[in-house]
Design a protein around this ligand. Sequence first.
Ligand code: SAM
Ligand code: DTB
Ligand code: SF4
Length: 345
Amino acid sequence: MGITADLNVAVRHDWSVDEVMRLLQQPLHELLFSAQTVHRQYSDPGRVQISTLLSVKTGACPEDCHYCPQSARYDTGVEKQKLMAVEAVLDKARAAKAAGAERFCMGAAWRSPHERDMPHVLAMVRGVKALGLESCMTLGMLDADQSRQLAAAGLDYYNHNLDTSPEYYTGIITTRSYAERLQTLQHVRDAGIHVCSGGILGMGEAPRDRAGLLVQLANLPRHPESVPLNQLVRVPGTPLESGDDIDWTDFVRVVAVARIMLPATQIRLSAGREKMTEEMQALCFLAGANSIFYGDCLLTTANPEADKDRRLLQKLGISSQNDDTELRSEGHKNEQPLFYNAADF
Ligand code: SAM
Ligand code: DTB
Ligand code: SF4
């Protein structure tokens, strides 16, 4: 196929949808080989970054995202919860750190944060940083001033997903535009916060929409430092409660192509792992995924139990990125992995 030579693992910002479609259509073995070639030039394939999520404000969201259990428009049975107290959030952050998380991600079911909420979320960021954790927030749309305030508090990452291609987007969300999402990402970037932006696969989109999403992310002026790839969690009561799931090979293909297009980015295997087999997750890691959400719960839905994930990573010989234990004495080739500090990753 010869695509590996052409890739030249450069950090590019000029991808076309047709070009990405050709990559997505590669036989899986060719694509995996190319993705691994890129991955090994930028990262240790035996390490994954570990993030833990907490919903700090749950449900009653005014937006209409068709996938989301937290929209006030759908009857999903999600229990509403007002913005949590800062100390309660920090208790959860301490527990996440003790369990081995490197990054603590706080999510709020808002269209955008209200001014009265800002002092509280800023205190959460400062508190999480003081624990020695990386901080991430996802609070909806931000303006320039809110972005600067979060940056000044020490926020490391802001998550704001493009979700899908611009073309497919209008059938999924009507209450905010794609352009508004891009504007928030620009504010976050301008404020000096790392950008975390990705999408959801399995919402009925065509392969061309998957390519379109990846092109949007890769052609940003700077690549997002973090790209979460979620497999749709179908929640009863949402407009997307039923439909055909994405085929596992297509999901793995998107991970591999994301790795090729975004060589230095952390690619997170995010929501949907509950329904993925261990074999599929292993293939996603082989395709270049190098981050996961760790902990029994995502925002409102289940994630694999922490023990199960620990066992899976151990079986695969993968350790956490912040683990000081030297896995391999030299490089990461031809060495038997020595298992890390298994008690806490
Ligand atoms: N309200 C904020 C916003 O939407 O910007 C932040 C929280 S929102 C729940 C964060 C992201 O979670 C969404 O952009 C979407 O990509 C993902 N998400 C929500 N529901 C999901 C589901 N059922 N399956 C997979 N991903 C989902
Ligand atoms: C992201 O891309 N996935 C996470 C995080 N960013 C905030 C959220 C997944 C939510 C899955 C549905 C739920 O648990 O409510
Ligand atoms: Fe609200 Fe975010 Fe859910 Fe959309 S994804 S309904 S903005 S919580």
